[in-house]
Structures are given as C-alpha cells and as structure tokens.
Design a binder for this molecule. Structure first.
Ligand code: MG
Length: 258
C-alpha cells in the first residue's frame, strides 16, 4: 500500500508501537520514523489497537497569544506581543485522540484551545528562519487545554496548562501536507466555536522554530504548539470537543470529571 504519511503510536497486546495509518489497519514500524524506524510487514486491525499520543517529545513548547483576535479576547493581554510568548507543557499531560480530558476538582473554568502542532524531525539550536522548515518532521493537532482562572491567578502558566490530560494530540502526525494556509476549526458538541487560518499567525511557523531554538535546543520528536485563534471557551463534563485542521484530520476528545 502506498504511504499515507499518517504516523501514529498505538498499544497492541501489551506493547507500544509506532505505525502508519492505512485505512482499517495500522502498519507497524520498527521505531520512530524520524530516527531510524522502518516499515515492517506486520499490520494490526484498527479495532484491536489503543491509540497513544503520536509524539514522544523531550519537551512540549507552546506559544501564547499568536493570533490577533485571540489577543483581543484575552483579558490578560493588552497588546500584541513583540516577541513570541512561550511556555512549556509537561509530557504527562499528553493524551491521544478519543481520550478523556479530566476536569480537576475545584477548578472553575477549563477551556479548549485548538492549535496546529509542529513535530521536530531534525534537532538543532539557533536555527535560522530560512532553515527552520527543514527541521520539521510533520504536523499534528493539539488542544492546549487551559484552566483559565488559574492562568490569570498564577501569572505563571505551569499549573493552568499542566494538569494531566491537558494536552490532547493527534490523531496522527501528517508528514506530507502544505499547511501554510490550512484552516483550523474547533467544534464543541458539533457547534463551531473557533475558526482560523494558519496564515493569520502573528509569528509564522519558521519564525517560531527559529526563536524557540535560540532559547533551548530542539530535539527530534519535540512538539511545538503554535497558539490558538479566537473563540476559546469552557468545557463541561460530557462534552465532545473536536479540533480539525485541513490536510491533517480531526482530534476528538471527551470531557469528564475526576
Ligand atoms: Mg494555547
């Protein structure tokens, strides 16, 4: 079968694998495709596998306030930033598509933030803007789930952005797509809540990679979440939240109380 360029991670019979999504099956890979992994002859029916987040990052770097309409709706921001605003999310926050976002107890408001994710394929530091896209392995979808009240209370965003399950990623990493003008849509229980286009970013993709790599060395596998368009809003138990990006797919998650 021809390559679909949709790379996943999954659990099957007690072990975790990299794979490539091929219709009703997943073809197993021998390791991470951005390292020395290769396709194998083995495949598993999709109905038999459990999806895992399709990334194994040494760090997750997220960008705040990267779409002007979201800056305008954000009470914490009074101006367009003159440099990218970056923060980290812990790897323990990762969940896969179809996984559940768990609302922590005693937290008033937890929001969805649909975002484009960049997966690094070739690490580096102080990467130039001109070379930045050569360091990208592929593209995915991130929901930068945020405890909004705690974000405002703490100033530092680690707690608000860092709860377990607050980083849904998937459904896969798409390695062959032109996302330069891709549309992003977030739906809550089927209703459209966010619509944006990647070309509306204040700091574009190459600039983000260059800027971040000037601060911290990027490793292959690292995930960068590029900021959310306008329309963020709260999640409640029982909700179904979907983030769709043209050319990649749809990340679907459910919301539960702990
Ligand atoms: Mg965000």
């Amino acid at each position: 079968m021809q390559s679909t360029h949709r790379f996943v991670r999954f659990a099957w019979k007690g072990a975790n694998y990299w794979g490539e999504h091929e219709g009703n099956h997943v073809r197993r890979w021998s390791g991470a495709p951005y390292e020395d992994g290769q396709p194998t002859e083995r495949s598993c029916p999709i109905l038999d596998v459990e999806w895992l987040p399709p990334v194994v990052p040494s760090k997750i770097i997220a960008v705040g306030l990267n779409y002007a309409p979201h800056v305008a709706e954000s009470a914490s921001a009074d101006a367009i930033p003159d440099e990218p605003v970056i923060f980290l999310k812990p790897s323990t926050a990762l969940i896969a598509t179809e996984g559940s976002i768990i609302l922590p107890p005693n937290v008033d408001r937890v929001d969805y933030e649909g975002e484009l994710g960049i997966v690094i394929g070739i690490g580096g530091r102080s990467i130039s803007v001109a070379a930045a896209l050569n360091h990208v392995w592929g593209w995915t979808i991130v929901n930068d789930v945020t405890a909004r009240n705690l974000q405002k209370k703490d100033k530092q965003w680690t707690r608000a952005k860092g709860f377990d399950t607050f980083c849904p990623v998937g459904p896969w990493v798409q390695t062959e797509v032109d996302i330069s003008q891709a549309k992003l849509t977030t739906r809550l229980n089927g209703e459209v809540r966010q619509q944006g286009s990647v070309d509306q970013m204040i700091f574009p993709i190459a600039r983000l990679i260059s800027f971040i790599s000037g601060v911290m060395t990027l490793h292959a596998g690292d995930l960068i979440s590029t900021g959310t368009p306008a329309g963020v809003g709260p999640l409640a138990a029982g909700d179904r939240v979907e983030v769709e990006i043209e050319g990649i797919g749809i990340l679907v998650n459910h919301v539960k109380v702990s």
